[in-house]
Design a protein around this ligand. Structure first.
Ligand SMILES: Cc1cc2nc3c(=O)[nH]c(=O)nc-3n(C[C@H](O)[C@H](O)[C@H](O)COP(=O)(O)OP(=O)(O)OC[C@H]3O[C@@H](n4cnc5c(N)ncnc54)[C@H](O)[C@@H]3O)c2cc1C
Length: 412
């Protein structure tokens, strides 16, 4: 029997859940379809930061020294599968192109309206969903080993203050030690971003937003988006039928959009996490980025979550948690009271990335009633509710809170 809806949202990660809830709030009858339960892929295991400061997304390194360092494939923050590089060459070249300082700043100005709205949009949704207890204030901190990297970060932070009004606190060695007393001594200092919120259990937050969607009358169904087809002017997935669909399949999105005739150059940066206990009462007050080694330590419900940087590999290649193995000893040096590893196996997720570092939000070209909401890279948790609010306004003919043109699908 056919189950009708106004919209089928494909993908129940943080982005799809937030799109579904915003559409449902606007009176649309929405079915959220996923082959798994909500929030079990990339949205499960991130570092939990709602990055209100992140107007400058992660760019491709441009300096020769950095390129040379990454080429050796021995760093902790980035790692690649050499055999996969030829297939990545084209999107990475475009990523490098968009990272040129002038283009990068122009892009940040287009990206900023989304980032600036992220905190308020999460707070509004978490309040309605009864999930505020999962959001912790206090921001996050970059810890620097050397004065040279600290000075460089402070310069960047000043640019962010000047251009976008983003607040930071400069910390010398003493201030950092007072802020995070369980970091090792001898660090040069830190940069603290006070405004971002930290999610203490990202999976629980996605589930809370999904439960709110259901409470509003939304339906969640198990379905394989690979089965998407067009029949009698409607979209069909399994037994589901609707005049409109939203593709919010994260790193799997282009598998479906390709069939609609739209194949943007989305590539993945895989990432890993593992949890650690602490010795005695030691711990971290906020998430800490080890700048020298490029991993994050985020205090969460389950323990201290170590998350790794970017792994350039085929999305479906077997896990190679090399960066986790490199980061763990560095983390033990940074936080001497870090305790035992709590997970048997590392967790792995796939960040869906675009060459110009911005998500794709808007109608899918040439496919009537099909919409895109993917490509959020390092900021999908941050931008889930904002993406949902923006796309729901576009789909219901309302005036969006910002000009959606920069995020349009046609730019690829
Ligand atoms: C280590 C790490 C740390 C990170 N830290 C942060 C952070 O601190 N802050 C931040 O903002 N972001 C962070 N991110 C990025 C963030 O996690 C992602 O951008 C975000 O989770 C992407 O959400 P999504 O909903 O687009 O994709 P996903 O969460 O991957 O959801 C996609 C959904 O599609 C479903 N699906 C796929 N194929 C099919 C199919 N054929 N049929 C049906 N369903 C299908 C999947 O089951 C899944 O539920 C981090 C990522 C990693 C890996």
């Amino acid at each position: 029997m056919v189950e009708d809806a106004d919209v089928i949202v494909l993908g129940a990660g943080i982005v799809g859940v937030c799109v579904a809830v915003h559409l449902q709030m606007r009176g649309r009858q929405v079915v959220l379809a996923d082959r798994r339960a909500p929030g079990e892929e990339t949205s499960f295991g991130n570092a939990g930061l709602i990055q209100r400061e992140a107007v400058f997304p992660h760019h491709f390194p441009r300096g020769l020294a950095d390129l040379f360092r990454y080429a050796k494939n021995r760093s902790t923050d980035a790692y690649y599968h050499p055999a996969f590089l030829p297939r990545l060459a084209s999107p990475l070249l475009r990523y490098w192109y968009h990272s040129e300082p002038g283009r990068y700043l122009a892009m940040a100005r287009r990206y900023a309206p989304l980032i600036m709205a992220s905190l308020d949009d999460h707070i509004a949704l978490a309040t309605s969903a009864g999930a505020m207890h999962l959001l912790r204030p206090g921001g996050w901190t970059q810890a620097h080993e050397t004065q040279r990297t600290l000075n460089a970060s402070l310069e960047d932070a000043e640019t962010m203050r000047r251009e976008f009004g983003i607040e930071h606190e400069a910390m010398d060695a003493g201030a950092l030690a007072r802020h995070e007393p369980h970091l090792r001594t001898g660090l040069a200092g830190g940069v603290h971003w006070p405004r971002p919120l930290a999610v203490i259990d990202p999976h629980a937050l996605t589930l809370a937003y999904a439960a709110h969607f259901e409470a509003l009358g939304g339906r969640i169904r198990v379905a394989d988006a690979g089965d998407l087809r067009r029949e009698n002017a409607a979209w069909r997935v399994g037994a589901l039928a609707a005049p409109e669909i939203v593709v919010a399949l994260g790193a799997w999105s282009t598998e479906v959009t390709k069939k609609l005739g739209y194949n943007p150059p989305v590539f993945v940066k895989r990432g890993y996490h593992a949890h650690f206990g602490t010795v005695g009462n030691a711990g971290l007050n906020n998430a800490v980025l080890d700048v020298a080694n490029g991993y994050m330590l985020a205090p969460m419900r389950r323990g201290i979550r170590l998350t790794t940087g970017a792994e350039f590999a085929h999305r479906d290649a077997p896990p190679t948690p090399v960066q986790l193995a490199r980061a763990e000893p560095a983390a033990r040096r940074l936080v001497p009271s870090l305790g035992e590893r709590l997970d048997k196996e590392p967790w792995m997720g796939a960040r869906p990335c675009t060459p110009d570092m911005m998500p794709i939000i808007g109608p899918a070209p040439g496919a009537p009633g099909a919409w895109c909401a993917f490509g959020h890279a390092h900021h999908g948790l941050t931008l889930g509710p904002t993406t949902g609010r923006l796309l729901a306004a576009m789909m219901t003919g309302d005036t969006p809170f910002t000009n959606p043109h920069p995020y349009r699908a046609e730019r690829f």
